[in-house]
Design a protein around this ligand. Structure first.
Ligand code: DGL
Length: 261
């Protein structure tokens, strides 16, 4: 049986990339809800319906576990999904905890970037309240980055001015870490790196999520040694062009521009 990963679009491939590295003897289905992307700027109930539709479809495939490779979908639907479906579900949330731990000794601040919907949800606000004792966390929605990513816009002439404008209001020297709290954003690691002071660490949740996936598979004796890292790319948008687009997106992650900087 395969492990499914789902996202509104190509963002969750940053988690798939990590999963293929850490768990290469598993096989996967990657599901992009391209018909309904973006999630992060839409009303919660509407997005929840799209997520349930997508997961119903994956359920028909007898998957052994589901990774919600999307911070937005996790924040609005993970508890209800767990009540509804029989397979283990691994969610993800902005990596605020490690980001706060990292800066505490240096007396620096944390900047969390994510979608507007993630940042609005009580799940995120509770998380910040739990892990950060003083008000050292600032939140910055970057919805346009999701649209750029879905359109494969990575050129620096477009992205750097956009990010420069969004980061312009912050005294970046005061920050010790920046959280990439949307799975689309690690596609822009090198762009962020160009604009941030060298001491600011970029943190995303893929590694923690895949660690958790491994733990869950181990606990349930579901870990495989027989797979080969095969991936089926599926989308809510039918057609060969879409399958090709998803394959290309994964290729981009391996390319020069996604170096771990
Ligand atoms: N990739 C998603 C996330 O991690 C959602 C992006 C969107 O559809 O707005 O939040």
């Amino acid at each position: 049986m395969r492990i499914a990963l789902m996202d509104s679009g190509i963002g969750g491939m940053t988690v798939l990339h990590e999963a293929l590295r850490r768990l290469p003897r598993e096989d996967y289905i990657y599901f992009a809800d391209t018909l309904h992307v973006p999630y992060g700027t839409k009303p919660k109930e509407q997005v929840k319906r799209s997520i349930f539709e997508a997961v119903e479809r994956l359920h028909k495939e007898r998957i052994k576990a589901l990774v919600i490779a999307c911070n937005t979908a996790t924040s609005i639907a993970v508890s209800e999904l767990r009540e509804h479906f029989p397979f283990p579900i691994i969610g993800m949330e902005p990596a605020v905890k490690p980001a706060v731990e990292l800066v505490q000794a240096q007396h620096k601040r944390v900047l969390v970037t994510a979608t507007p919907l993630t940042l609005k949800e009580t799940k995120y606000q509770d998380l910040v309240a739990k892990v950060a004792h003083e008000s050292i966390v600032d939140s910055l929605p970057l919805p346009e980055l999701v649209s750029y990513c879905e359109r494969f816009v990575f050129d620096e002439d477009t992205i750097l001015p956009y990010l420069r404008d969004k980061l312009g209001g912050y005294q970046l020297e005061e920050y010790g870490s920046l959280v990439l709290g949307c799975t689309h954003f690690p596609f822009y690691r090198s762009h962020f790196r160009k604009l941030l002071p060298p001491h600011v660490e970029l943190i995303d949740g893929s590694r923690g999520t895949v660690k958790r996936l491994r733990q869950v598979l181990e606990q349930k004796s579901l870990l495989s040694e027989a797979g080969s890292g095969d991936v089926l790319y599926w989308s809510s948008k039918e057609g060969p062009e879409e399958s090709e687009r998803l394959r290309q997106a994964y290729g981009l992650l391996e390319a020069e521009r996604y170096k771990e900087v």
